[in-house]
Design a protein around this ligand. Structure first.
Ligand code: FAD
Length: 490
């Protein structure tokens, strides 16, 4: 270990409880690889503070000795943001031990949770007070509040409740010089200039360390209705969504998948069956909820509205789940698409968005453009149509050697998809963030005004460059190296 790292740990040790510093190489191993095993790094140590004051002590010591810090929550991120670089000079700062729910206030519809609280734990605590935190994602058993804030996470309820930017009412954070920013008062109105809370949301640990957040709650779900609909095209699907939204505000999920994704899941999942009879080119999973038993039940509401919509040609067939079990079976199909498609062979997967009205056309035309540009590949998209966000996959030609394809062809495919997205006015990262995976593509494609502003903010708030270096912030184009082989592989 270099003298800077040793001096850092010596400065820090009196401020942390026993067992909060780990330098043993074997014990560090699980912290050095990301969820999907795509990124590996090295680190000088792992530190695990238990409260905000201890986090501030870590950051002050890191600033004094110029030691890079890599904040880590549940390590479920998709873009290598929580994995240190291979240089090995960084220290992993785990927030998992900051795991107290400080308050749940059902009257104010607010909870204050520390960074290490797991999403599911927060939801369980809210449910005890007949409330919920309306963010749902597959990693809810591991993802932490600090990670969700720092990646501005979304999920399947963004349509109705927005991303973390809308769900966070205030942030407590340790800034890069060790100062504590306390935004937990959750003021509905506060016009004192730049919004530091919003800067920290989605900053991926590059500006400061989130230690707690005030989170907006909504009434718990009293009843839900879950429907499966067959439609002719994404265009019809969006027209159906617009009609439903004009008639009710109860719809909170609206997911689209092509017939081939459904087929892949049915082949992959034992005991699964198609929700509808007959062939349909596209499928929709729609969920509506009610928080009050006096409202028209959401399943009855969906029955009524879908019957009317189908009569007007906005769908070919529909079924509303008759039980919770059947609703869960519909969701299991949706949640298994990535896994089922992975079982089909190598593919590049792109978490992208375009303006909502442009998405139906993009799904068709971008897929055709990819298929034409890369003969033998096959492209398709599924996901959150109502958010203008789909997971756009390009499957390798049949029989392609996975390692070779990822190394030689995949980076070009990714650049092609990102160019199409940019030309459509969209974003190369809709919900997973930039991390290390998309940083160079961000530098290539982000408009200069926005890229320059990001670099200036980084330089102003983290002048020593100790906060999660190498992540998110785009380098100036001259410093770029070609996209790493295998980039954007899932
Ligand atoms: P980590 O992975 O530990 O860290 C993520 C980033 O945040 C890193 O850059 C890290 O340095 C930084 N960070 C972590 N904690 C802090 C902190 N306290 N202060 C400052 N920086 C911090 N994401 C979605 O948006 N929508 C989805 O639907 C979705 N589905 C998923 C499904 C599965 C099965 C999996 C594995 C992941 C999914 N994700 C999804 C991605 C992931 O769950 C989110 O990005 C989540 O927000 C990461 O939380 P985490 O605690 O695991 O953070």
């Amino acid at each position: 270990m270099t003298s800077a790292r040793s001096a850092f740990l010596e400065t820090l040790a009196p401020h942390l409880p026993d067992g909060a510093i780990t330098t043993d190489a074997n014990a560090l191993v699980p912290w050095l690889v990301d969820w999907r095993g795509r990124y590996r790094g090295r680190a000088a140590a792992l530190v695990e503070p238990r409260d905000t004051a201890q986090v501030a002590a870590v950051v002050r010591a890191a600033a004094a000795h110029r030691v890079p810090l890599v904040p880590q929550g549940g390590n479920t991120g998709m873009v290598g943001g929580a994995t240190p670089a291979m240089e090995g000079d960084a220290v992993i700062l785990s927030l998992r031990r900051l795991n107290r729910i400080r308050s749940v206030d059902p009257a104010a519809n607010l909870a204050v949770a520390e960074a290490g609280v797991i999403l599911q734990t927060l939801n369980d605590a809210a449910l005890e007070q007949e409330r919920r935190f309306p963010l749902m994602l597959g990693a809810r058993g591991s993802a932490t509040i600090g990670g969700l804030v720092s990646t501005n996470a979304g999920g399947t309820q963004v349509l109705r409740f927005g991303t973390m930017r809308g769900l966070v009412a205030g942030v407590e954070a340790v800034m890069a010089d060790g100062a504590v920013h306390d935004g937990l008062a959750a003021l509905p109105k506060d016009n004192r200039g730049y919004n530091l809370d919003q800067l920290l949301i989605g900053a991926e640990g590059t500006l400061g360390v989130v230690t707690a957040a005030a989170l907006r709650l909504v009434p718990a779900v009293a009843a839900r209705g879950t429907a499966w609909v067959g439609v002719a095209s994404p265009d019809t699907a969006l027209a159906l969504l617009r009609r439903l939204q004009a008639q009710t505000d109860a719809v909170e999920s609206f997911e689209i998948l092509p017939a081939e994704s459904l087929r892949a899941v049915l082949a992959h999942l034992p005991d699964s069956r198609a929700p509808l009879g007959g062939e349909h080119p596209w499928h929709l999973l729609i969920e509506a909820t009610a928080s009050d038993h006096e409202d028209e039940r959401p399943d009855a509401l969906l029955e009524r509205l879908l019957a009317d919509a189908l009569a007007k040609g906005l769908g070919d067939d529909a079924v509303v789940a008759a039980s919770e079990r059947q609703a869960d079976a519909f969701w299991r199909i949706r949640d298994s698409i990535s896994e089922a498609e992975r079982a089909q062979g190598p593919a590049t997967q792109h978490d992208i968005s375009v303006p909502v009205p442009a998405m139906p056309r993009f799904m068709i035309e971008a897929a055709a453009a990819c298929d034409a540009r890369f003969p033998g590949t096959h492209a398709s998209g599924f996901g959150h149509l109502g958010d203008g966000n789909v997971h756009f996959h390009v499957r390798a030609p049949a029989g392609a050697d996975p390692e070779r394809w990822y190394a030689e062809a995949a980076p070009g495919v990714t650049r092609f998809v990102h160019d199409l997205v940019t030309a459509a006015g969209g974003s190369i990262s809709a919900e997973h963030g930039i991390g290390q995976m998309k940083r160079d593509e961000l530098a290539r494609l982000l408009p200069p005004a926005r890229a320059d502003a990001m670099r200036a903010i980084k330089a102003a708030l983290d002048p020593l460059g100790i906060m999660n270096p190498g992540k998110l912030v785009p380098l100036v184009p001259d410093e770029l190296v070609p996209l790493a082989p295998g980039t954007d592989r899932k």
